[in-house]
Design a protein around this ligand. Structure first.
Ligand code: ADP
Length: 403
């Protein structure tokens, strides 16, 4: 069987992550990042066959030119002709998209409509799609939505206790994000535990710079911590997660903040960074906490307490728990945070295996508890692989439909 290569793109406002993936062997042939786009010193950093390289771009290079530079790079590496499809990560699919789709003009218009729900994220995704349509004009493009996996959440869990008309007329509700990762975790946990996906009950904790937790019942998302936007829920690198919504008004009315300053404060200056007054990077927080930095210790305590509280609350939608799964940069690598959180969850009877907890770091994964009943697992996530597989599945079924 010939290879099925997919170029996967994840466009942010000033950066662009990319990977070339063989969907059959699951190997990343090429991966990298174009960063500081629109700024003074943009660059592309990539890894190809184990070698890392950097390409400096002209100042003010924007997404379209960065993608053109990627096409040149793919040409130089002799890879362009082997690509079968382009897969785009799209942050918000609203209620329109319950699964991945082939992009045509109608789909693009619908993604544009949904953008008002995610003004910080979707516009960059759309720029990436349009740039790829120009650069790879003969290849099919597929959109994979962060929100799609959560469309199975029931109404009583996705509605806020706000006037109903805000939902019915304006779509204000919980959508949830990181769906591609939570779905991947569910499929991997199903294999590891040897339980059919349709019967699997897990809690998936994706802990990266952004962090979210999902209750997965019978293989489907039934509740998740992020909401209308990725700001709600857990403590994150720079995002506050759950707070009293009246704090925004207080900052504006009593402390003279503007709306834009409040948005920046809650999204970019809070979380681990805000509490520790040190860093949003969990490694820095852990190192400093160990050396007695009070702010770093507090940041870890609040992060773990909030996480443990969410985990316990998801017994409500799940009833039975097969496993708690840690993933994302922090979830996969921080044995400290995993140990701290499990110690707060004595109600589940977790007994940590300290050796397994240490060896599970850096991509190893595995089971880290020894008790009967619910297990705790570490599973490295791979959102790019899901995007690549969806892109191949959709382009293959579209071409067989035509035959
Ligand atoms: P993103 O949400 O940007 O994809 P990642 O999933 O890459 O983020 O996670 C980034 C986070 O993972 C950072 O806070 C980083 O400090 C943390 N991290 C990475 N390695 C370790 C480690 N060994 N110990 C603790 N935290 C780690």
């Amino acid at each position: 069987m010939s290879n099925k290569l997919v170029f996967v793109l994840n466009c942010g406002s000033s950066s662009l992550k990319f990977a070339l993936i063989d969907s059959l062997t699951q190997q990343q042939i090429l991966s990298g990042l174009a960063d500081s786009l629109g700024g003074q010193a943009p660059f592309i950093r990539f890894k190809y066959r184990g070698n890392k390289q950097t390409i400096d771009l002209h100042s003010n290079t924007e997404h379209q030119q960065a993608i053109d530079s990627l096409v040149t790079l793919l040409n130089q590496l002799g890879l362009t002709n082997q690509i079968n499809a382009i897969g785009h990560r799209v942050v918000h699919g609203g209620e329109k998209f319950t699964q991945s789709v082939l992009i045509d003009s109608q789909v693009l218009a619908q993604i544009e409509q949904v953008s008002q729900l995610a003004p910080l994220h979707n516009p960059a995704n759309i720029i990436g799609i349009k740039a790829c349509q120009l650069a790879f004009d003969t290849l099919p493009q597929v959109a994979v939505f962060d929100t799609a996996f959560h469309q199975s959440i029931p109404k009583h869990a996705f509605l806020y206790a706000l006037p109903h008309q805000l939902y019915s007329e304006h779509g204000i509700r919980r959508y949830g994000f990181h769906g591609t990762s939570h779905f991947f975790i569910a499929t991997q946990a199903s294999k590891l535990l040897n339980i059919e996906l349709e019967q699997l009950n897990i809690i998936s904790a994706h802990l990266g710079n952004g962090a979210s937790i999902t209750a997965i019942k019978n293989g489907k998302s039934v509740d998740t911590s992020m909401g209308l936007t990725p700001l709600e829920g857990l403590v994150m690198g720079t995002r506050c997660g759950d707070i009293d919504p009246a704090i925004s008004g207080y900052l504006i009315d009593q402390l003279g903040y503007s709306q834009a300053q409040v948005t920046a404060l809650l999204n970019k200056e809070s979380g681990l960074l805000g509490i520790s007054e040190l860093s949003n990077d969990c490694r820095v927080i852990e190192e400093n906490a160990q050396q007695g930095h009070v702010g770093a210790q507090l940041a870890l305590d609040i992060f773990c307490y909030r996480l443990a509280k969410y985990i316990a609350s998801y017994t409500v939608p799940l009833g039975r728990l097969d496993a708690l799964v840690f993933t994302g940069g922090i979830g996969e690598n921080s044995d400290t945070i995993r140990a701290k959180v499990l110690a707060m969850l004595t109600i589940f009877g977790f007994e940590l295996d300290p050796t397994a907890n240490t060896t599970a770091r850096f991509g190893q994964g595995g089971q880290i508890t020894t008790n009967q009943g619910p297990k705790a697992l570490v599973i490295p996530t791979d959102e790019e692989l899901v995007i690549a597989q969806d892109a191949i599945r959709l382009t293959t079924s579209a071409s067989s439909d035509k035959e």
